[in-house]
Design a protein around this ligand. Structure first.
Ligand code: HEC
Length: 138
């Protein structure tokens, strides 16, 4: 009886942990999918020289990156935090150039900022055999 209860409790806790992880991952993946869509959007708006729309995109990226940074911070992964900060700094430069209507320079700066996306992906993104992505903490 005691054993059965213990097993049930155990299964329940395991379930909770798995649930928490997948929940967490879905949220993280949401920021990443939004990052990709937003970068494409900013790029398009820079070509169209629509500064207001490009600025809105930059704000969205900054919001996403703040969440991403907090994610790595709460796990004490220093380089993850740094990549998120680098990307944040990079898109802040894009914003400055947008405010000066230097749209070509802003597009170049956006490419540079994407280097920080790539740096984090190299360190912390795993590609599963089925082509989906996973988070690599260490
Ligand atoms: C601090 C680390 C970090 C930064 C910075 C970062 N990423 Fe990611 N990214 C990840 C990790 C880890 C994954 C794997 C988990 C996932 O798929 O969400 C990922 C996955 C992705 C994916 C695949 C999403 C999917 O699962 O289909 C895209 C697209 C993406 N990132 C775009 C970006 C863009 C664009 C930027 C920069 C604006 C960026 N990322 C910045 C860590 C980062």
């Amino acid at each position: 009886m005691k054993l059965a209860f213990g097993l049930a409790l155990c299964a329940c806790l395991t379930g909770a942990v798995l649930w928490a992880q997948s929940d967490d991952f879905a949220e993280y993946q949401g920021w990443m999918k939004s990052n990709a869509a937003t970068v494409a959007d900013i790029s398009k708006n820079l070509t169209a020289k629509d500064g207001a729309a490009a600025h809105t995109g930059v704000r969205k990226l900054q919001e996403n990156l703040a969440m991403v940074m907090a994610y790595w911070q709460s796990r004490n992964v220093t380089d993850g935090v740094r990549f998120a900060l680098d990307a944040t700094y990079g898109v802040a430069q894009v914003d400055v150039l947008i405010s000066q209507s230097k749209f070509d320079d802003a597009a170049a700066a956006l490419k540079t900022a994407q280097g920080s996306c790539a740096n984090c992906h190299m360190a912390h993104r795993d590609k599963a055999p089925d082509g989906s992505f996973k988070i690599k903490i260490k």
